[in-house]
Design a protein around this ligand. Structure first.
Ligand code: GAP
Length: 513
């Protein structure tokens, strides 16, 4: 990460703590690695993101319903899903620094450096030549071609080793690439070992293997095992979807970058059950729909891109990520996967129960194919927070930090501020608050100078401030201030609701998708 972006990211993290969005978990005991708590403002923003997703899925699509499955599931679930045998990351330790790494990420680091070198050559050439043709340059410049060849070779070797589960070859690749530990600077590595990412615990009072259960590493399996329950009781006709928001747990080897990679996180997943043979058309449908959902938030269309998976998981016949331009660069925000009939078929095999759909038109039973959309709630939160965070220099030379959170997602929609704490202004302000609080989340504050209170609301991302002054007592007008423009206007008290309504409304936002 470049230094400037690095600093910005650090500022976002400390702002999140200072203003009650995110705290390190159990901080009084020095925290718990890669686990975070959402504070009084964070929980509101998080709930609003959930609402935006949940309403999009279950209100805008009459063929999608929701469920809320338990975190604990029968242990055979994870045998059937493949997680017990294959949900592994390759890990390696440096014997000098005692630090643990993901072997594939160390290798990817080398690839990233080569890619940076290519970009530098491109930048240099683009400055030199007027009619610069990037594609032509990439295929003809000898140095760039050499870098690209190296990248392809490394990629191929790494993917081959991962695919075969050949950890010795992965270690050899690290040795051949002369990768050194960034902390100790040495190449004194252990062997590479597979590390299963699932957390396990025991159920009941007897702690032996027979009672071992797992904390779910994805919410999707709770949907698959309930496929028939929902289809039958909801009289659902294919194609239809089941949506779910819930916690997932992964014992990530390298968990860092704040809430980007956590050990306890939340997913918003939807499994869409379709007729075999129709999955690719639905895959394209959901790819486009989900991108539109993201872009409608107004965080900048240029900040999203698709990243198609070239190496598919054994159960998928197509997969892509929607990446977001996070402070540390473009990274996965959401996954869209065409999972074939792998999960339902596997649960049929392990449970001995039929998980099929009867198509009355064709008069036949079949195991549906599945298209999945899966977005991390915490990553969504980070995408909103990081792009909303702005450090501004104002015309009068002063600075302000403002969170330009999309108004329907903002923790508070309006702050009600009596100019002074006397002369009946607080009482009048409470009167307004009592009018508005049923429709909008309001924040009341009477301490400090008004300018200071405006800045505080900017830092919290509150779209509007309503100020009550002596004139309000005479003519029932108030000042309303817009967070983004900082413009103020004098309006009738009764007009406040309609001024705010449209821009903070979740329904209006959903209509734009
Ligand atoms: N059911 C499919 C599935 O779980 P995934 O790509 O492993 O697929 C889906 O995860 C999404 O969950 C990711 O795109 C990401 O947003 C989020 N996610 C995954 N691991 C995470 C972690 N350790 N911390 C935070 N979010 C995570």
């Amino acid at each position: 990460m470049a230094n400037q972006e690095d600093n910005l990211f650090k500022n976002v993290i400390s702002h999140a703590k200072e203003y009650g969005f995110i705290f390190p978990s159990s901080e009084i005991y020095d925290g718990l690695s890669a686990v975070y708590d959402y504070g009084q403002n964070g929980v509101e923003l998080k709930n609003n993101i959930k609402e935006y997703w949940w309403k999009f899925m279950t209100l805008l699509h009459e063929n999608i319903v929701g469920i809320d499955a338990a975190i604990f599931m029968h242990p055979t679930t994870w045998k059937a899903s493949g997680h017990v045998d294959a949900f592994n990351d390759p890990m390696i330790d440096n014997k000098d620094s005692k630090k643990r790494y993901r072997a594939d990420q160390l290798i990817e680091g080398v690839i990233e450096k080569l890619e940076e070198k290519i970009e530098k050559e491109v930048e240099k050439a683009a400055k030199r030549f007027e009619n610069f043709d990037r594609t032509m340059f990439l295929t003809t410049n000898a140095r760039v071609v050499e870098y690209q060849k190296k990248i392809d070779e490394i990629n191929e070797r790494m993917k081959g080793a991962l695919g075969r589960g050949d950890m010795a070859d992965l270690k050899q690749l690290i040795v051949d690439l002369e990768i050194a530990d960034p902390i100790s600077g040495t190449k004194n590595w252990t062997e590479v070992r597979q590390f299963n990412l699932m957390f396990s615990t025991e159920m009941g009072s007897v702690a032996d293997d027979a009672n071992k259960i797992y904390l779910r590493p994805e919410t999707a399996q709770g949907i698959f095992v309930n496929f028939l329950n929902v289809q039958k009781t909801g009289r659902m006709k294919i194609p239809f979807g089941i949506a779910q928001i819930g916690k997932a747990f992964r014992n990530e080897i390298v968990a860092r970058q704040f809430i980007f990679r956590m050990r306890e996180f939340e997913q918003m997943e939807m499994q869409f059950f379709v007729k075999p043979g129709e999955e690719m058309q639905w895959y394209e449908f959901w790819k486009a729909k989900r991108l539109k959902w993201h872009q409608t938030l107004g965080l900048g269309t240029e900040n999203y891109r698709y990243h198609d998976h070239l190496n598919l998981a054994h159960y998928a016949n197509a997969a892509c990520d929607i990446q977001f331009n996070f402070p540390m660069g473009f990274r996965e925000l959401e996954g869209i996967h065409s999972r074939t009939d792998f999960d339902l078929k596997s649960h049929e095999k392990f449970s001995g129960k039929k998980l099929q759909y009867f198509d009355s038109e064709d008069n036949q039973n079949f195991v549906p194919y599945v298209v999945e959309t899966s977005v991390g709630l915490d990553r969504m939160f980070l995408s909103v927070l990081a792009s909303a965070y702005k450090e501004e220099k104002l015309e009068d030379g002063s600075d302000r930090v403002v969170l330009k959170i999309p108004a329907p997602l903002a923790p508070n929609k309006v702050a009600i501020l009596p100019l002074m704490k006397k002369d009946g202004l607080p009482e009048k302000a409470m009167e307004i608050m009592n009018l508005l609080k049923f429709d909008f989340r309001c924040f009341y504050e009477e301490k400090d100078a008004i300018g200071k209170r405006y800045r505080r609301q900017d830092a919290l991302g509150t779209p509007y401030c309503v100020t009550v002054d002596h004139q309000t007592l005479q003519d029932n007008t108030v000042t309303i201030r817009d967070r983004d423009t900082m413009k103020q206007q004098r309006v009738a008290m009764d007009a406040v609701r309609s001024i705010i309504q449209e821009s903070v409304s979740m329904a209006e936002l959903l209509k734009k998708i």
